[in-house]
Design a protein around this ligand. Structure first.
Ligand SMILES: [Zn+2]
Length: 344
């Protein structure tokens, strides 16, 4: 069975396969919740602990002794990693497109140097956006804008009464304010950036669906449709709405151009290689409006890691103890309470 699972130049055999028993981890988590165990159960978990310790040491020895250093010239690249990078960029790209359209409309209609500035703020661990509940509209620079209304998901229920499947996790909320720009070629730069972004979106979507096989649906197209639905709602519920009507037209136009791009790529059965995708991720991620949102995404990821560190501090102690070669689980358990107090 091991031989059958081998990849081209990586053999899969007992020597390079390591078994980590999860029972002792579960035991430690259960202890934190004051679950009590009998002698037999404790013995079983002790055995599980010893197995994991032995395997950890075997893994470390294997890395130290058997493996040779492999230098990766162009950084670490993989289809899976690119897929994750793109998935974090979907909302930032779509919201950047919408705000660029707002500013292009302002530029073309008022000929002033007024612009709408968009800023992102990381939201809490359980935050989501409800597709059914509309946010509160705010008037910014003659546009009505639906502000992000974040819903907390706790114990499989939300703060609203809508179904859970109407909720989409979000990583940041958006805020808007008016400011002035000083650029003389603002309009042209916006048009160029816009084209670059919807074309890149089509390439990313094609990559996700036809190269990474990560999705069957098109997340960018879904995003365009949601933004169009929001703008339609604003046009029907708020007045005056001339600027939102223009935005609605422009968004529909971009959606059509995007669909043409994806169709062309699909018809040509386009192949996108990994280095090209990474270069595009870097170019689009460097666009100021996208970059600002990605910074918020990364900040939230750090917040979650810190939260997990607190919640599962005990597991980190476990790993630490393995490194320190504290083999005796009973000794460890005696120390447990003291260690938790230190980490809290
Ligand atoms: Zn709702």
């Amino acid at each position: 069975m091991l031989a059958e699972s081998s990849m081209s130049d990586i053999t899969f055999k007992k020597e390079n396969t390591f078994c980590f028993d999860s029972e002792s981890f579960r035991y430690l988590v259960a202890l934190q919740s004051d679950v009590s165990f009998g002698y037999d159960e404790k013995t079983e978990y002790e055995h599980s602990w010893s197995t994991s310790v032995k395997e950890s040491n075997r893994l470390i020895d294997y890395i130290n002794i058997k493996l040779i250093v492999y230098r990766m010239e162009n950084g670490w690249q993989s289809i899976k990693h690119a897929q994750f990078e793109i998935s974090y960029m979907i909302r930032p790209i779509l919201e950047a497109i919408r705000n660029i359209l707002r500013n292009t409309i302002l530029w073309n209609t008022t000929q002033s140097n007024q612009q709408i500035e968009q800023t992102s703020k990381p939201v809490s661990f359980n935050a989501s956006r409800c597709r059914s509940c509309k946010g509160d509209p705010d008037e910014v620079g003659q546009f009505w804008i639906l502000l992000t209304r974040s819903h907390e998901i706790q114990n499989n229920s939300s703060t609203c009464l809508c179904n859970l499947d109407q909720h989409v996790p979000i990583e940041y909320s958006l805020e808007y304010k008016c400011s002035n720009h000083t650029s003389t070629d603002f309009g042209k730069r916006m048009v160029d950036t816009l084209k670059c972004m919807y074309q890149a979106s089509a390439i990313f979507s094609h990559f996700l669906i036809h190269t990474a096989f990560a999705r069957k649906d098109d997340p960018f197209l879904t995003g365009f449709r949601e933004m169009i639905a929001e703008e339609t709602y604003l046009c029907t519920s708020k007045t005056p709405n001339d600027f939102n009507r223009l935005l609605l037209q422009e968004l529909s136009d971009i959606e059509n151009k995007y669909k043409q791009e994806t169709q062309t790529m699909k018809s040509a059965d386009a192949r996108i290689d990994l280095p090209a995708i990474y270069e595009l991720i870097s170019i689009i991620g460097g666009i100021c409006l996208v970059r600002e949102q990605l910074v918020a995404v990364k900040k939230r990821h750090r917040m979650i890691i810190e939260q997990y560190d607190k919640m599962y501090g005990l597991l980190f102690i476990y790993q630490f103890k393995i490194r320190q070669q504290f083999y005796n689980v009973n000794y460890y358990l005696l120390e447990k309470k003291k260690s938790i107090d230190q980490f809290n």
